[in-house]
Design a protein around this ligand. Sequence first.
Ligand SMILES: C[S@@+](CC[C@H](N)C(=O)[O-])C[C@H]1O[C@@H](n2cnc3c(N)ncnc32)[C@H](O)[C@@H]1O
Length: 319
Amino acid sequence: MDNERDLAAADRVVHLLRHLGIERVHLVQGIAEAAAHPGMVASLALVTPAVSASSPLHQVAVSGTLVAPRLLIHSDAGPLSAAAAFVRAADALGLAEGGAAVDVGCGTGALTRRLAHRVGSAGRVIGADINAYLLREAAALARRQGLDQVISFEVGSAEALTFPDNRFNAALACTVLDEVNAERALAELARVVRPKGRVAVLVRAVDIPAWDSLPLRSELRAKVAARPNAGVTAGVCADGSLYRRFRAAGFRDVTMGPRFAIDRAEDALPEWRAYYEGSSVGVLSEPEATEWRAVAAHASAERSFLWASAYHCAVGTKP
Ligand SMILES: C[S@@+](CC[C@H](N)C(=O)[O-])C[C@H]1O[C@@H](n2cnc3c(N)ncnc32)[C@H](O)[C@@H]1O
């Protein structure tokens, strides 16, 4: 979404939702932002140029079709499970009062604001993103929280940051290396951080199938486990190669490993649960989908229905 046409498309989606009577519309990108925004009733998974699919967003805006799978409506507030993993990655940077940090691919800035709280009024945080629409929202949210003296936002690419070498104490990129050229982005994160500075990276784990506790027949289980993972293109990192790449970038004192975001059916937002159901039954035949739903209904009734999605995370120090 780096051009005016896409910016206009995003505005049209908001307009459309408001027209349909959904008043408190706020476009976000990233689960961290969704969790941090209690007033939110709608989140739209904006498609970025890096996954070369801005057309679905455009279609939604133009055709007015609100059944696009990329549209997620939240009718409720409340923490989404993945947010905890994201926040842990941000906190692992160990930022101190007065520090300087950059949040690369900051989206609407939930984690940028988290970093700003860590560095306090004497610190400085920059949120960089390729998407001007999201940055506009990010700036408004930061202002609302009185953080605009600490945070500034800049349009920029994770693959070629505009900052000088050794500028920051810490750099964060949360679910961004799965959308950009990971090699270049990692090199940039390492470049802009000072020696002894910290870097934290978290990506979706497309190599770890979503897990759930449903007692499915093995045939159904295998089909559901083999569902395709969407949105990953060449050069991005959305699997365990993160660990090899992170070491190759030269970081020391590395902690790394998968993080799981766990949802319980009875606690999850209805739409979040529907999203999980949709992605599961989407690969099944109609009779199989009916069977899946029956098993899920039973597990829900006995409060034993959990599911989890995975992320890979690495945190390290620049030598
Ligand atoms: C899934 S969102 C994550 C947002 C935020 N980090 C969070 O965790 O809530 C991915 C973000 O990466 C941004 N992005 C995609 N390609 C980028 C690039 N080449 N340079 C900078 N940001 C990029 C998108 O615009 C989007 O805001």
